[in-house]
Design a protein. Structure first.
Length: 727
């Protein structure tokens, strides 16, 4: 089954569909999504790519697994019921190659003897022995005159081959649009922190003791400008009321207890270079969890009922070479150089053809659809390069017995509150009002107060505003005798400027409360402490266990792309269907050991080292996963093998999932699990990760590497063939 791509842009189904495609909202598996409302000329129906892709999924599933969707009563089901059952089946594949290319008889452009191995582009270390494409539509099956599928290729190779043989046309132009592989950032924890801070200032009342004080006394208790900046981010003077909050408050960890409470703590999921991690970790442990006493259960006590016990830990690199750390430092240095080079290039040639650095227009209101046409060069204000985060000297970790995530043979894992300097994850601010005042001053110096010195070229209509429509272009598709014009799900009209700019570089600098108070424009709207609380997973080990240190070493030796989420899809042997490329392992936030010189703990008392990593969710249950989701889980192991790594402990408990894509807001990610609550799979998205690397290793670190790799490869291959994971 597939789509046959002819020499024109028209694409038709290889066979009539057994189920008519939906034309009304009542047959749509996602009735909440608005249907296309464009008028249809005679003989042509309009559909979105979402609707078209849904029909492809149904068609492919019925073609492959028709017996699985037979009605037990031998009665013909209505279309909507059949579609619903197909789309919510665990067997239904939603990611597959649906395009075929059958070259004309005299077309010498493609050699059908191509195999996957011969057309791979291994120039990207993140890909290895795999094919990558931005979308599912960028994959093609090749077929010969007999209709046999001989290989899978990418749109990129069509483009290169057409270019080589000089075969041009509309299809060639279509091939030019594929993007490159890029790292997709997770949803910004800085945005979440700012949302929480704004909500706290607007909705949380100060403590009663503070409310009862008169204004003069209250003002005296607040930090003054002369006291800024505080000696430490964790100094009491760095917390404006109503901060700080009690650790492990129920409403912070379970927001459903109070629907409109937004003080819950965000999960830290961003990559933090090792050289920026806190050097000192102050551990608050009222229950004595760091001593790892076997048999301790959960506690009903709140944090306020316990006496705080504090220990000091120090960051350890486990004697691992600083290979990735050096790469991160070099990447930061290159980023600074690139930012400055971009600014210098634009200032020397301020034109729309030159890459535009960070900045803003002096008068953005002039960009409206009604003003399209010739225009004078606008003033573009160039911002200074953004300051890079500074290494954190200290952080605080809060442990609670009630927040235990899991228990292993040698370890305990807790969900912990990780309080870090806010500047480590939140960018500094640039005051736009100060920038506007600064630019006004510069323009008056250059042009005169009344513009009498302004250069005549700034009065010429040397540029123009144009209206552009962004989005996927419409294409023609056929299902049987029906022809559809398929349009993109979103199309956006934008006004863009073309021509020269008048570039002004502002002298205003970024602001941080760690250095000085905010200016008068930012002070009222940016009330926050100098720290931010996040969630992480803290792993503790039993005495004499060596695996936690080995795991910390492995986290520091993993290649960086193991921690990265990439766009697009990949076909990696032995899989024949596209698979998304999320991160393989959790983010690493440091390995800490007790600092006995600064702690009051006895020299004979055991204090577990602490491994801090990203909290990636719950262990999988194979019976609840679809075939595609199981393949995605196993693909993580194949990706480790491609890099020469043996996991060493392939079990369900060591593959975890969380709802949604990590690039989405946490609230939107939770909505991705709503279909599951209703017994549906259609519309569900999950992110998977491997955990527990105490037994993992490479050829350099494992004595029986070849035997271990051979055993694990056989085990994983058996799991892949059976499409299930054994306990």
């Amino acid at each position: 089954m597939g789509l046959v791509l002819q020499s024109s842009d028209a694409v038709t189904a290889s066979k009539p569909p057994p189920v008519d495609p939906p034309t009304t909202e009542q047959n749509d598996p996602c009735p909440s999504r608005p249907a296309a409302s464009s008028p249809s000329p005679p003989g042509v129906n309009y559909r979105t790519f979402h609707e078209h892709a849904t029909d492809l999924i149904v068609l492919n599933a019925l073609d492959r697994y028709r017996s699985c969707f037979q009605n037990d009563n031998d009665e013909e089901e209505d279309i909507a019921s059949t579609r619903k059952r197909v789309l919510n089946s665990r067997k239904t594949r939603r990611r597959f190659i649906f395009n075929e290319y059958k070259p004309p008889g005299n077309d010498a452009v493609l050699d059908l003897s191509w195999k996957i191995e011969s057309i791979l582009d291994c120039s990207d270390v993140r890909l290895g022995n795999r094919m990558w494409a931005e979308t599912l539509a960028d994959f093609y099956y090749l077929s010969d005159d007999r209709g046999a599928l001989s290989a899978s290729v990418l749109r990129t190779y069509f483009f290169a081959s057409f270019q080589k043989h000089g075969t041009f046309g509309s299809f060639y132009k279509f091939l030019q649009g594929e993007a490159s592989q890029q790292v997709v950032p997770v949803y910004s924890v800085a945005k979440l922190i700012r949302e929480i801070e704004s909500w706290v200032v607007s909705n949380v009342e100060p403590p009663k003791l503070l409310k009862d004080l008169d204004a003069e006394t209250l003002s005296a208790l607040q930090p003054t400008d002369e006291e800024q900046p505080p000696a430490s981010c964790f100094s009491p003077s760095s917390y404006p009321a109503p901060w700080p909050f009690e650790p492990f408050r129920a409403q912070d960890w379970h927001p459903q207890e109070k629907l409109f409470n937004f003080t819950h703590i965000p999960t830290l999921q961003e990559y933090i270079p090792r050289h920026l991690l806190p050097k000192t970790l102050v551990v608050h442990d009222p229950w004595g969890l760091i001593h790892v006493t076997v048999g301790r259960g959960e506690s009903a006590c709140s944090w306020a009922e316990m006496d705080d016990v504090v220990h000091t830990y120090k960051l350890s690199n486990c004697s691992v070479p600083d290979g990735r750390c050096e790469q991160d430092v070099k990447a930061e240095e290159n980023l600074i150089k690139e930012q400055q080079a971009k600014i210098d290039a634009f200032l020397s040639k301020p034109h729309s053809d030159t890459p535009v650095p960070d900045g803003m227009l002096l008068d953005p209101s002039q960009i409206t659809p009604t003003l399209c046409g010739p225009a004078k060069p606008p003033v573009y204000i160039v911002f200074p390069p953004k300051p890079l985060p500074r290494a954190a000297e200290e952080a605080h970790l809060y442990l609670s017995k009630a927040a235990r995530l899991g228990v292993g043979h040698h370890s305990y894992v807790y969900r912990a509150e990780f309080e870090i300097p806010r500047s480590l994850v939140v960018d500094e601010l640039l005051c736009k009002e100060c920038v506007m005042s600064d630019v006004k001053r510069i323009l008056e110096e250059q042009d005169g107060i009344h513009g009498e010195l302004r250069d005549a070229k700034w009065e010429e209509y040397s540029g123009r505003y144009v209206l552009r429509v962004r989005g996927t272009r419409a294409t023609t598709r056929k299902f049987g005798d029906r022809e559809y014009e398929v349009r993109g799900d979103t199309r956006e009209a934008m006004v863009e400027y073309e021509g020269p700019y008048r570039a002004i570089e502002t002298t205003v600098k970024y602001q941080s409360l760690e250095r000085a108070p905010y200016c008068k424009h930012l002070r009222d709207d940016n009330v926050h402490p100098l720290t931010a609380k996040t969630r992480v997973a803290a792993k503790l080990s039993l005495q004499y266990d060596t695996q936690i240190r080995a795991e910390a070493k492995n986290y520091q030796r993993f290649p960086k792309h193991f921690f990265e989420h990439n766009n697009g899809f990949s076909i990696m042997p032995p899989f024949t269907k596209p698979i998304p490329l999320g991160a393989v392992v959790p983010q690493f936030y440091g390995y800490y050991e007790i600092d006995r010189e600064k702690s009051t703990v006895s020299d004979y008392a055991y204090c577990s080292p602490i491994l801090l990593v990203e909290d990636c969710g719950k262990s999988i249950s194979p019976d609840e996963l679809s075939t595609e989701e199981l393949d995605e889980c196993l693909s993580l192991l194949y990706r480790m093998h491609d890099e020469g790594w043996v996991h060493g402990s392939v079990y369900c408990r060591n593959i975890v999932w969380q709802a949604g894509l990590l690039s989405a807001h946490p609230i939107m990610r939770q909505m991705d699990e709503y279909p599951t609550a209703k017994g549906h799979l259609w519309g569900r998205q999950r992110s998977f990760r491997l955990i527990d690397f105490g037994r993992s290793g490479t050829m350099e670190s494992l004595d029986d590497y070849e035997d271990d790799m051979e055993y694990e490869e056989r085990k994983v291959e058996g799991l892949r063939l059976r499409r299930r994971i054994l306990e």
